[in-house]
Design a protein around this ligand. Structure first.
Ligand code: NAD
Ligand code: MG
Length: 388
């Protein structure tokens, strides 16, 4: 039987790569639902291409434009608008697989809906697990859902842990690799522009994650993500900078053995892995040419030039409320940086100052997560205004 797939964030970088892999395997997958934030024309074009049953535009003001666009293209796709409709897309009849590829905490509620519905969730939306790791993992367990990572590092670790039969006792540590981003060797960071920050050396990605890669907050969010996905304490998760982005991450065992997963930097590999798990299917990515590769190098992350990585470790140690605040402050600061209202170095400063006001009490429900997220955004917004 074919799997019915809903793609949250279909018009983004991950969404497009997901469609590329899915279209290679029409015998296995059928796209049932697609969602986007506000880009009606891009969503209509995708609907014309894969003919889903449902389409959702999160911006409610664009619902009528979407309806008209679908009608003008002669498509019978049912459509809805508004953030609440994102959850309808994942619970639409025929969906059993959800690709969570919205950027930011905005993806949390529909990802939880997918967990409660017992679906296979392919998680790219790391902000959702950073904000609500415990609640999301609980929902996956009680909903009898399955959570598979799409982040290349976590996909690598998932593959390296495959032989441990679910026992984590023999693992000494997880080693996440980081490319180091576009400023790995740059010492002066005060004049950095959004264009420079978004020019990643190895990956083409959405703007928010590109800035996160430049500040190393992306790796910080990934440390938190790894701790929830695989159940490891921060002391057992290390980061090593590996500029070639060929070793996607590693697992070290107590006997001294280290397993690594390698591949060209292409998100279609983790997508194909998670889509077909436990089988393997073609992804369209290039084979790794070892002779052309030359050297693989490793170096320590520079916590002084990239304080966001330390802030993320601090938040993970401080607890779930701090992680909500870290993520919200980062989303606000990155938005402001992209809009040229905040300097590159201001990003870490805003996050650090926001975190100082974070509560200690862990959120017990999604409502409490969303309230914490809103409070942190208010504090960060005020700090950004003051720094302008
Ligand atoms: P992107 O900006 O290219 O795409 C984001 C998608 O989310 C778009 O379809 C957009 O319409 C939708 N969206 C944005 N805001 C929304 C909102 N408020 N409500 C509903 N939909 C909204 O981003 P991306 O690079 O594809 O990244 C998506 C997620 O995947 C992020 O969490 C990112 O950290 C993660 N990720 C991306 C990559 C990559 O290579 N791009 C790798 C690993 C993880
Ligand atoms: Mg990653």
């Amino acid at each position: 039987m074919k799997h019915g797939v809903a793609i949250l964030g279909a018009t983004g970088s991950i969404g497009k790569s997901a469609l590329d892999v899915i279209e290679r395997h029409p015998d296995r997958f059928r796209v049932v639902a697609l969602t986007a934030h506000s880009s009606v024309s891009a969503l209509v074009a995708l609907c014309a291409r894969v003919r889903p049953d449902f389409a959702v535009i999160a911006d409610p003001a664009r619902e009528s434009a979407l309806r008209e666009g679908l009608a003008a293209a002669g498509l019978p796709t049912e459509c809805l608008g508004g953030a609440a409709a994102l959850s309808s897309a994942v619970t639409a009849p025929g969906v059993d697989t959800v690709i969570a590829a919205i950027v930011g905490a905005a993806g949390l509620v529909p990802t939880l809906a997918a967990a409660r519905a017992g679906h296979r969730i392919l998680l790219a939306n790391k902000e959702a697990i950073v904000c609500a790791g415990g609640l999301l993992m609980d929902a996956v367990r009680t909903g009898e859902a399955q959570l598979l990572p799409l982040d290349s590092e976590h996909s690598a670790i998932h593959q390296c842990l495959a032989g441990t039969a679910g026992t984590r006792g023999g693992v000494r540590r997880l080693i996440l690799t980081a490319s180091g981003g576009p400023f790995r060797t740059r010492t002066e960071l005060s004049e950095v522009t959004p264009e420079q920050a978004c020019a990643h050396p190895n990956w083409v990605m959405g703007r928010k994650i590109s800035v996160d890669s430049a500040t190393l907050m992306n790796k910080g969010l990934e440390v938190i993500e790894a701790s929830w996905l695989f159940g490891f304490a921060p002391a057992n998760i290390d980061v090593v900078v590996h500029p070639q982005s060929v070793v996607h991450s590693m697992v070290e065992f107590v006997d001294g053995s280290v397993l690594a997963q390698l591949g060209t930097p292409d998100m279609r590999t983790p997508l194909a892995y998670a889509l077909a798990f436990p089988e393997r299917v073609a992804s369209g990515s290039d084979t790794l040419d070892f002779l052309a590769l030359g050297a693989l190098t490793f170096e320590a992350p520079d916590y002084a030039r990239f304080p966001c990585l330390r802030l993320a470790y601090d938040a993970l140690r401080a607890g779930p409320a701090a992680c909500v605040w870290l993520n919200a402050a980062n989303e606000m600061a990155v938005d402001a940086f992209l809009a040229r209202r905040l300097s590159f170095l201001g990003i870490a400063r805003v996050i650090e100052a926001t975190l100082e006001q974070a509560p200690l009490q862990a959120p017990h429900s999604i409502d409490e997560v969303l309230q914490g997220d809103a409070s942190a955004r208010r504090k960060a917004g005020a700090l950004i205004e003051r720094s302008a």
